[in-house]
Design a protein around this ligand. Structure first.
Ligand code: CAA
Length: 247
């Protein structure tokens, strides 16, 4: 295994943490980002990770802001090293049925979950291509594949990730850079635990495997897509959803 620099946005979140752990277990140098203004919580989390044996670099970053992403990439490449692996994981929900979905809720989700893909890939992509190796994993969602009641904003952003992923996968294909989407289903994470209990019960009833996914199952799937051996896998979507949607 080669030791590479792996960037994980939204590192301390429900999926970010297991992805960071999986990257570290693969032998990589892991750089996480966290939402500006949450320094105290982020540093506590970094300390917690350290106590579990995971050493991570951590920087504040608003992924919805293009200029901040460019500056973040420049700082990481200067202070840690060239970014070979990028996991675009940071994302939010602002759930509401369309009749109550406010314009601000639409904008926040589109800019955090979709604009962020461009904002982060654009400054790293050319450098990966020049070095002849790169792995990008864009975290989408089951609900981008099938749509979800109350998530017009989130489903639209997550579906947009597929087009973006397939387009730049073609641009990186001959340069050793793979770009894939990964679509988690309902995973036992804080985001999913926000869903009202009754609604969640009915959702779990629709999962053939009969349970929520575990965070570790997402980390391991990302580890495959970022491995040395996955060079022939590009422009695809890996659904990790317990069979809830089979496209
Ligand atoms: N299909 C059809 N009708 C539905 C429905 C569905 N899936 N869900 C709810 N409804 C109906 C209800 O039966 C209800 O009908 P009546 O008014 O006739 O009784 C009506 O829609 C209103 O439903 P709620 O009472 O739930 O409305 P609310 O305003 O209290 O809540 C909501 C709306 C916030 C969208 C809530 O339904 C909700 O949280 N739903 C879950 C959304 C969800 O799955 N989010 C995923 C978060 S996790 C994630 O996003 C991670 C990932 O990638 C998978």
């Amino acid at each position: 295994m080669s030791k590479r620099v792996a960037v994980v946005t939204g590192a301390s979140g429900g999926l970010g943490e297991p992805i960071c752990k999986a990257m570290y277990e693969q032998g990589h140098t892991v750089v996480g980002s966290y939402l500006p203004g949450t320094d105290k919580e982020a540093l506590e989390w970094q300390e917690q990770m350290r106590s579990e044996g995971y050493e991570l670099f951590l920087y504040p970053l608003d992924v919805s802001d293009f200029d901040s992403c460019g500056s973040f990439v420049a700082v990481v490449e200067k202070e840690v090293g060239p970014i070979d692996i990028l996991i675009n994981n940071a994302g939010i929900t602002r759930d509401a049925p369309l009749k109550r979905l406010q314009h601000q809720q639409w904008r926040e989700v589109i800019s955090t979950n979709l604009d962020s893909m461009y904002n982060m890939c654009q400054p790293v992509f050319d450098n990966m291509c020049s070095r002849g190796w790169g792995r990008i994993v864009n975290i989408s969602s089951l609900n981008g594949e099938k749509g979800q009641f109350g998530q017009a904003n989130y489903s639209a952003a997550k579906a947009g990730i597929y087009g973006f992923t397939k387009a730049i996968a073609q641009e990186g294909a001959r340069k050793g850079v793979t770009v894939n989407a990964l679509s988690p289903g309902y995973i036992d994470s804080p985001m999913v635990r926000q869903v009202p209990e009754k609604v969640l019960e009915s959702i779990i009833g629709q999962i053939p495997v009969g349970r929520l996914g575990t965070p570790r199952e997402i980390g391991k799937a990302v580890a495959f897509l970022t491995s040395e051996d996955s060079g022939f896998v590009t422009g695809t979507n890996l659904s990790v959803n317990g069979g809830q949607y089979m496209s």
